[in-house]
Write a protein of this length. Sequence first.
Length: 802
Amino acid sequence: MKFLHIAVAGVLALAASGTVTGNTTDWTQYVNMFIGTEGPVPGTAYNAGNVFPGAALPFGAVKVGIDTTRWNVSFSANAGFTPDGNVTAVTMLHESGTGGAPTYGLIPQMPLTTIEGVNVLDNLTYMQPRIAEDVASVGYYKTQLQNGVTAEMSASMHAGIMKYEYPKDTGRYVLVDLSHLLPSTGKKEQAWSNGELERSEDGTWYSGYGVYREGWAWGGNYRVYFCGHFDTTPSSAQLFSGKATDPYWPNATDVRPTFTNKTSIKGGTVEYQYADRIGALFEFPPNATTVKSKVGVSWVSADKACQFLEEIPSWDIEAVKAEAQNQWNTEVLSKVEASTSNETQLEMFYTAMYHSHLLPSNRTGENPYWDSGEPYYDDFYTLWDTFRCLHPLLTLIQPKAQIEIVRAMIDIWRYERFMPEGRSHNHNGRVQGGSNSDNVLADAYVKGLQGGINWTDGYAAMKTNAEVLPYNNFDFEDPTGSTKEGRGALQDWKEYGYVTPARGRCLSKTVEYSLNDFSLSQVAKGEAPEDIALYRNRSAGWQKTWATDVTSLNYTGFLAPTYPNGSYQDYDPLSCGECEWGSISYEGVPWEYSWTTPFDMETLISLMGGPETTEARLDTMFTLGLTQSDQGGNSAGSTIFNPGNEPSFMTPFLYNYLPQRQHKSVRRSRELVDQYYNAGRSGIPGNDDAGSMSSWLVWNMIGLYPVVTQPVYLVLAPRFEDVTVRLGDSGSVLRIKATGLEDGMYVQSFKVNGQSWDRSWVSHEDIVRPGGEDSLLEFEMGSEVAIWDTGEVPPSPGHVKL
Ligand SMILES: *[C@@H]1O[C@H](CO)[C@@H](O)[C@H](O)[C@H]1NC(C)=O
Ligand SMILES: *[C@@H]1O[C@H](CO)[C@@H](O)[C@H](O)[C@H]1NC(C)=O
Ligand SMILES: *[C@@H]1O[C@H](CO)[C@@H](O)[C@H](O)[C@H]1NC(C)=O
Ligand SMILES: *[C@@H]1O[C@H](CO)[C@@H](O)[C@H](O)[C@H]1NC(C)=O
Ligand SMILES: *[C@@H]1O[C@H](CO)[C@@H](O)[C@H](O)[C@H]1NC(C)=O
Ligand SMILES: *[C@@H]1O[C@H](CO)[C@@H](O)[C@H](O)[C@H]1NC(C)=O
Ligand SMILES: *[C@@H]1O[C@H](CO)[C@@H](O)[C@H](O)[C@H]1NC(C)=O
Ligand SMILES: *[C@@H]1O[C@H](CO)[C@@H](O)[C@H](O)[C@H]1NC(C)=O
Ligand SMILES: *[C@@H]1O[C@H](CO)[C@@H](O)[C@H](O)[C@H]1NC(C)=O
Ligand SMILES: *[C@@H]1O[C@H](CO)[C@@H](O)[C@H](O)[C@H]1NC(C)=O
Ligand SMILES: *[C@@H]1O[C@H](CO)[C@@H](O)[C@H](O)[C@H]1NC(C)=O
Ligand SMILES: *[C@@H]1O[C@H](CO)[C@@H](O)[C@H](O)[C@H]1NC(C)=O
């Protein structure tokens, strides 16, 4: 490791800070970084949105923020932050909005004023309560610790910058416990394996790597390189090591550090899982009241981590923040200009836009395993959550990013045989239901994304999901089939046309595999016409499990867990038991999953008994008090429709498939947004899931809902008088205008590109016009229900009559 080759401020100049190309509006003023950080119990993260409130760029490779303790391990603090915990470190890697089990919280620094009573290997001896509310804005985070230190931070793409202000007359330390990570309980808990750390002679530089394992995504050891630099020469720098304390060996109070004045230290043999924990303790001279540090992170080498420090040429944290805000304004927030006098709505909207651009992480050039020249993205956490709303949003406003993401997914297939589903730290899965990467590709395909996507390979990757049974990783939570990648119950699907109760989550897998195969039939239209019929037929698999004689709450006909001989397991459509990996359906009851066939609503409505019964059954989804399934952080409210989780996402808008019932979708959209989303800290109903809930909100507020895998959007009603959606970098815009919003929520009349419109949906080509002209949606709103949607209902392109 050579520390000196980047000794001075790098050559990359900051873009003119504080100005925004093309628009001078600072949209970041409307981003409230704390929306979604608390749950229903104020001041706690229990059942929170789990969003990351720290500093990051769009799709940032690093996400710089604080990690805090929590005693109540409740699927919370997955992004490091809790409102009530004590700070244990500032770290560089985080997820946002995720549930499951925490992943990352890696590459730490902790500012301390004394080491008296401190065991550097035991965070409980140095953790710090906060004495004031944390302050956060786009690209910036500040926390004030009880020991008197004020810590501020900002981020570039691959590096963080920290500023620690120490009180007068105290010691000044920065502790780097390389084995720091977000803790949890259970078998998915992360652990430290080993690492190496070296420092420069004078202690102003340190670098090396840490090897960690597990977390929510499967996988063994993975290595993260880092490079730290201080603006101040430490008065002393000592490295330390101590015995491993992994989750099964947890008593850190038993472990004491051994310090050394050597300039490098190794925590055991490479890849050894019980190697010593290691770290460094830097002490700064009494005249240094402020210490600044930059830390770069790479997945490839320590040298590269050091080179990333060039992304932050000066020590001016304000300049780094200004550059971050500039990027968020230019690349993300100005893509949709919404005008309204209601600042609360602007705050909800732009915060949701912000949350929709944190994951996946852009690790292009940072793939440690192959260098193919293709873009590389990681932290798909998970496609099960994000395929419905997040990716269609990116396709519309960030086609360049979506193209990169799709190319990265296909490239992962090239090298690892399957596309990712729940990938983090370069490990492909866990798979919660179907191979929903298929849906992401199909959606991009039907909307014409090209930009270097090799669709021959894209279709081949989808075909792998559809035809190749993945190796069973014997997940302890469901050993009946792979949870690593692909479709773990593919043998059932191919043999019976549905997934039988011999496999975990048979009911939800059946309906998800149906959509997945519909996705194949969509891409086959262009890539393999000979396959269209095959996959369209297979997409009707859900119909084979439709139990025509099962009755629940007076409605007859539900998806059922169906044995090979066609009989079904005794079950209650209102219940999924634990709703977990071994249950009949995953995080959603059969009542909910029975609505999730957007490609063949025609058959669904007919199986349900026609439009009138379907309407009444839809109404029942929103009747208070009918739910019998409490799934903790994954559920909200008391209706069968669950606003807190993705399987229910599209249900409120299915009224559009019934003649002249669009007004009911609008009413649901309004009521759900008003009831479950707000600009407060608990303003997201459950885990944000990598921006899934937030992107659902964005769609609702602009008045459209994407029918994923089809070039179709359902028409709702906008919350704003005027919205300008920039369609990528094409220069074209989609303008959405509404008059009479103050009168009421119901659409009186609707025009598309100047033509009056009687259909409750628009096609992708209506809003992204092939000739590149701008598009225009005009709503006239009023207080009374008006029947304007007399035209044909949205299509059922996967209609199959069995
Ligand atoms: C910038 O945004 C504001 C507010 O929406 C708008 O009035 C203005 O026309 C925009 N300017 C440019 C140059 O796009
Ligand atoms: C965690 O906190 C929540 C909210 O206070 C509480 O309902 C729950 O029972 C707690 N869980 C545990 C394991 O203490
Ligand atoms: C935070 O630290 C304070 C003081 O050390 C301690 O009393 C409290 O229990 C800690 N709380 C948490 C959640 O760690
Ligand atoms: C803090 O210490 C506790 C108790 O030893 C441990 O369970 C937890 O993993 C540590 N937290 C971090 C962030 O290292
Ligand atoms: C951890 O070690 C300390 C000191 O040896 C001991 O007092 C304590 O009981 C141990 N705790 C556990 C949970 O083993
Ligand atoms: C490191 O060097 C300092 C200053 O020479 C000395 O006081 C200290 O004892 C040394 N520490 C170790 C562990 O050798
Ligand atoms: C602090 O003191 C050291 C010598 O002990 C000196 O080299 C350094 O320039 C001083 N720094 C400041 C900020 O005054
Ligand atoms: C602004 O919007 C919020 C959220 O939709 C709503 O609660 C509030 O009543 C609105 N304020 C006004 C003045 O309309
Ligand atoms: C992703 O990262 C690469 C390499 O840093 C960069 O060239 C590309 O523009 C980034 N993509 C997006 C969408 O920001
Ligand atoms: C797509 O990839 C295949 C190899 O799988 C290659 O034969 C083909 O030339 C590529 N197509 C394009 C347009 O690059
Ligand atoms: C699809 O199903 C239809 C109707 O059952 C049947 O005629 C056709 O042969 C099937 N095609 C394939 C490729 O399975
Ligand atoms: C089901 O029907 C019965 C008899 O008509 C009625 O009393 C009951 O309220 C209905 N239940 C629901 C949930 O609609």
